[in-house]
Design a protein around this ligand. Structure first.
Ligand code: ZN
Length: 297
């Protein structure tokens, strides 16, 4: 299973430290052209549509406006970069009634169809499209997946799982995998190690997470083998937690090799970025260990 770091313009430049880092970048205005400043480019880039951002705005952008931001993100990547573009979806977020949910699903499918037609018209071989499977119950998820297949989608993503408990998440992922095949399915916005392990077991193609960055912002430091999370002793975060880190533990990440004490400095933001690079190293170490145990590396 490929792990993508969900990245935004003010985050650490993970790719500078880890050439094998795969990135998910959302097509929100602040991320426009954001990869241009990187000397190294990711080998795999997933360009999301930013719909969770746009759903909070007064007006939705047009399909072309979203695509233009997406193009500015992958623009400048070499032909060797595998670019996957996610069509604009209408998130189920804030949708309460059945008719609102049904409208979201139909709107998403309509966008998906227009989008794949647009991308196919470019005849650019490095681009592929990912269809967002969206539904509010079993029947609608099945319907959504079948409709995307009919449009010609070969890669699929499933999201909006954050508010569900683990067994509900797994049930939805399994349901979608049964239709489109686990090896064609990406799971958006994963945070826990348990769901990650389950997805590796299921043979899911890929997932993404902001967790290394979010944890760093909340003064958390990861270590792997075994995986542990500590709070910075100098921060006020979670004072009740006994897992407070006074001094750094041995670590082979690029930041600690240089000066391990820097990851323990709560702020300003540049130290949070260094901590997120350290956290990325340990999260991916843990994922790689899970993959080795499963025998898929
Ligand atoms: Zn480190």
């Amino acid at each position: 299973m490929d792990f993508y770091i969900s990245w935004s313009h003010s985050d650490a430049n993970f790719i500078d430290y880890f050439p094998d880092c795969f990135m998910l970048v959302s097509a929100v205005p602040d991320n426009r052209g954001s990869l241009r400043r990187f000397q190294k480019k990711p080998r795999k880039l997933l360009v999301d549509c930013g719909s969770v951002y746009y759903v909070k705005q007064k007006e939705r952008p047009s399909l072309k406006e979203v695509y233009d931001i997406q193009a500015s993100i992958y623009d400048g990547c070499p032909v060797s970069t595998e670019v996957t573009l996610v069509h604009f979806d209408e998130p189920m977020l804030y949708k309460e009634t059945l008719s609102q949910k049904y409208y979201s699903m139909e709107r998403t499918l309509f966008n998906a169809n227009e989008y794949i037609t647009l991308i196919n018209s470019f005849k650019d071989e490095r681009l592929s499209c990912m269809g967002v499977i969206q539904g509010f119950d079993e029947a609608s998820i099945i319907y959504s997946a079948f409709e995307l297949q009919k449009m010609g989608y070969k890669k699929f993503g499933i999201g909006s799982l954050l508010k569900k408990n683990l067994s509900e998440q797994i049930a939805i992922i399994k349901l979608a995998s049964n239709i489109v095949g686990a090896s064609n399915l990406h799971v958006f916005g994963v945070t826990g190690l348990l769901p990650i392990k389950t997805m590796i077991d299921l043979g899911i193609a890929s997932c993404d997470s902001t967790r290394p960055t979010m944890a760093a912002a909340f003064y958390q430091v990861f270590y792997s083998n075994p995986f542990r999370t500590f709070y910075l002793a100098e921060s006020h975060a979670k004072p009740s937690s006994p897992n407070r880190l006074e001094s750094p533990l041995p670590c082979l990440c690029p930041i600690c090799k240089n000066n391990a004490n820097e990851i323990l400095i709560p702020s300003p933001r540049e130290y949070m970025r260094l901590r997120s690079v350290h956290n990325y190293f340990h999260l991916t170490e843990e994922i790689n260990e899970m993959k080795r145990n499963k025998g898929v590396v």
